[in-house]
Write a protein that binds this ligand. Structure first.
Ligand code: BDR
Ligand code: CA
Length: 313
């Protein structure tokens, strides 16, 4: 079977870290051209280091890792507090001594798109700054990427403001560039990813698997649960893992295409992803596939089985 060529972009981040671990266990079906990092949950130095450290700790030193944007397109960076100072809470991953790619993320994404001549899939689970820069520098990229999947935005609600999801809030201009680009984009939004509070049986099943992948994921989930308990709620959500899962196991999500744009000027709606549910803009082409529902049974089975069945080379 031909492997799916892919570039993935993360603001690593706890749930990003678990998405990376899941992706690295899929190399039998994914041709990972590069992994790129962007500022978001924590500053770029930390997201890039976390990304490279995880990739190398798990033995994938052949995958190029690139640093990307240190700040949003036009705004100051606003980080999250929920991932701790380093982005991985109290979880420590050995430091890699490998160098990052010489080119920055936007160039690495473009080069991979050119190399794959229309077949490349792109996943981003942080602010969309890197792909927006790639589009601005190389407008022809929109004809070279087959599909884009993002964790970001939401059809209803938010976690950073009442109207806005974190990744969309951090760099709304970048998300708008992506949504208006003509690329085939699937938005796995917060209203769906919030349903993935890790059940106890899942956490226990993964913790019993004695691989570095499962043990690292368990430590990250444990941190999220402890931190959230301190903050008065009892769950840890794997937002970014859902976005990755939708690539390798699309049947977990129900999608619907809408015309969606991003609010960049609102005062209480900065970064809001506004979907035309009722076709009130018939002249606007539907541009974004949006996740509307998730089959949680399938999602958790996929997640647990992945750790159980993964055989390291
Ligand atoms: C998103 O924000 C980040 O904190 C998570 O990593 C996820 O990508 C959820 O709103
Ligand atoms: Ca993220």
């Amino acid at each position: 079977m031909k492997k799916l060529p892919i570039v993935m972009d993360f603001d690593t981040g706890t749930d990003d870290a678990i998405a990376i671990i899941c992706a690295l266990m899929h190399r039998d079906c994914l041709d990972i051209k590069a992994i790129t990092a962007v500022a978001g949950n924590v500053p770029l130095d930390a997201t890039a280091a976390n990304t490279l450290n995880i990739v190398d700790f798990l033995g994938h030193t052949d995958i190029p890792v690139a640093r990307g944007a240190a700040a949003p397109l036009t705004r100051e960076l606003k980080c999250a507090i929920s991932h701790g100072k380093t982005g991985l809470g109290d979880v420590v991953v050995p430091t890699s001594t490998r160098a990052f790619c010489e080119k920055d993320a936007a160039e690495v994404i473009y080069d991979a798109a050119v190399e794959c001549a229309g077949e490349l899939v792109y996943l981003a689970t942080g602010p969309q700054t890197n792909i927006a820069l790639a589009i601005q520098r190389h407008p022809d990229i929109v004809n070279l990427i087959k599909k884009v999947y993002i964790m970001g935005g939401c059809l209803v609600g938010g976690n950073t403001t009442p109207a806005t999801e974190f990744n969309a809030y951090v760099d709304p201009e970048a998300l708008q560039v992506l949504f208006r680009s003509g690329l085939d984009v699937t938005m796995i939004g917060l209203d769906v990813t919030l349903r993935t509070a890790v059940p106890l049986w899942v956490k226990e099943a993964v913790s019993r698997v004695e691989t570095p992948e499962a043990q690292l994921a368990t430590k990250v989930i444990d941190f999220c649960l402890r931190r959230n308990k301190e903050w008065g709620y009892d769950e840890a959500n794997l937002h970014d893992v859902v976005a990755f899962c939708s690539i390798v196991n699309p049947s977990v999500l129900t999608l619907k295409k809408y015309y969606v744009d991003v609010e960049t000027e609102g005062t209480i709606t900065r970064g809001m992803t506004v979907a035309d549910f009722r076709d009130v803009c018939p002249d606007k082409e539907k541009n974004i596939w949006c996740a509307e529902d998730i089959d949680l049974g399938r999602f958790w089975s996929w997640f647990v089985d992945l750790f159980k069945n993964y055989e390291r080379r």
